[in-house]
Design a protein around this ligand. Sequence first.
Ligand SMILES: Cc1ncc(C[n+]2csc(CCOP(=O)(O)OP(=O)(O)O)c2C)c(N)n1
Length: 639
Amino acid sequence: MDIKAGKYLKQITFPEDLRKFKESDLPEISKELRDYIIDIVSVNVGHFGASLGVVELTVALHYVFNTPDDQLVWDVGHQAYGHKILTGRRDIFHTNRIYKGISGFPKRSESEFDTFGVGHSSTSISAALGMAVASRLKGDKNRQHIAVIGDGAMTAGLAFEAMNHAGVENSNLLVVLNDNCMSIDPNVGALKEYLTDITVSHTYNKVKDEVWKLLGKISKFGPNAQEIASKVENAVKTTLLKQSNLFESLRFRYFGPVDGHDVNRLVKVMNDLKDIPGPKILHVLTVKGKGYELAEKDQTKWHSPGLFDKISGEIIKPSSNGPQPPKYQDVFGNTIVELAEKNDKIVGVTPAMPSGCSLNIMMKAMPDRAFDVGIAEQHAVTFSAGMATQGLIPFCNIYSSFMQRGYDQVVHDVALQNLHVVFCLDRGGLAGADGPTHHGAFDIAFMRCIPNMIVSAPMNEQELRNLMYTAQLPETNAPFSIRYPRGNGVMPEWKTPFEKLPIGKGRMVRDGEEVAILSLGHPGNFAVKACEELEKEGLLPAHYDMRFAKPLDEELLHDIFSRFKKIITVEDGCLMGGFGSAIGEFMMNNNYSARVTRLGIPDRFIDHGEPKELYDECHFDAKAIKEAVRQAIGEAILV
Ligand SMILES: Cc1ncc(C[n+]2csc(CCOP(=O)(O)OP(=O)(O)O)c2C)c(N)n1
């Protein structure tokens, strides 16, 4: 790939090279870094707006702090492209998110500059505090620990748990709050209003200038810095307590807001802050998508735009002949509106993913009945549970991997009370280029072991609609999980009439002989393809779309285990404890004996790549199913 770094950037392999430049060169270096990100992401796909927004911040952080000895922790990590480029990965950045290439998120195994593996949000303050306390216990007073967290990520409970703890730990922690007023969609909630207030407050800005004047003197005072710092603190407090500062209340010293695109100003401020001990927060104002006009204007679209022409700004969609099947998420988004029009008990809940899961369709159509609660999966679940106690039927849509964070709430607040909450788990299965932090590998296993929970997965759009329809019927009245993958389904004509599905019942897709393939969810389509191709070879396995991992269709399974001695299970989820395990348990419990081959995600974390590359690696695509059938039948011949 012939993308060249600019004249400064090409001299920077590691931050120590950056630190050799004069401060006056930093604006130009920032410009080159931004151009390099635009050049590569436009042809390579990836997160875009977030990294552009923190270019100056990234340059300033690596210029001022002695990384990697000083510990820099990025929250979520989707904004860390500039960091990757400045920390030894410039020349391999074109492999970002590509199979076997570098990860789209900071990853400890990839670089010593990636101090903490991320992907899920709001972990940075806890992790950096842990590092800071470790340094203190080791007697290292000089090491700096910096968490960079967005205003979206700051909405999560985890971030506040960490702030609450950090306020009483006398550790060297700097939280940089990167405030761009955006999550993926516009940020929501009272904290956002508070940050806006503090940003525009005249009183505050006046004080702030005085504080900076004082801070400017600190470096000259050397050992007396602490004394000056406490004067600074008092100056802030006496004036600010009038309007009460949330962060000050949590015993953080609050500094800012500062223009996050003024790299020289950032360098000066950070140099000053280095000398102030204890927990500090620096509020930095940035613009998501900065420097690429279209991304600044439509920040949600340009969060992760796909391929685009960087000159015209056109987002390039893959060409297609004829009507294409819709994305599963859009089937969810449109279907919930259709159902909610008929059933006024239905409400929709998303923790900060309205456009990612398409609940934005309902938010537009029925703003009073659809809630974006911020990056707050735990709250999303318990909030849904609360509404369910009052007879509402919440559809709580959470990406499978983010649901991990709401697990106790699913068990304790929903299932234990047998509340009628419908969980729609988007991105169930291998999620692709986002990699192991985002794969929805575990939900079948972790939902299946919870009493009262109904666990289902549709094989196509029609089944998704019918499962959603069935889930909201009053007689269902139980926690109900429906998981479906990222991306497109298989039915261009997807808007089929609703039909009630019997809970815990599967269906035969094709009858056959010798081998039975039992699939759960979308991988049933891989089985259909495998069966069609095997038929040409004269092999005729039967195929069943089981739909439910719990309750299992025991009647159908008795029939299958009586007729077949070779069973293959297929799922886009972890093998340990998943759907195949459920079939194995059924076999044991009922004293059947059969040769069961389980295809699915093995017991290791799967890296990033195109879904088809990952299905191949994990061995549960059509090719793998064909091989498994041939092997089963071949063995039969040998016997
Ligand atoms: C636990 C969790 N929930 C949801 C997400 C999806 N997600 C990725 S980035 C993002 C927005 C983060 O907003 P902010 O922290 O303000 O960073 P910005 O993108 O604005 O720079 C969200 C919701 C996630 N990564 N982790």
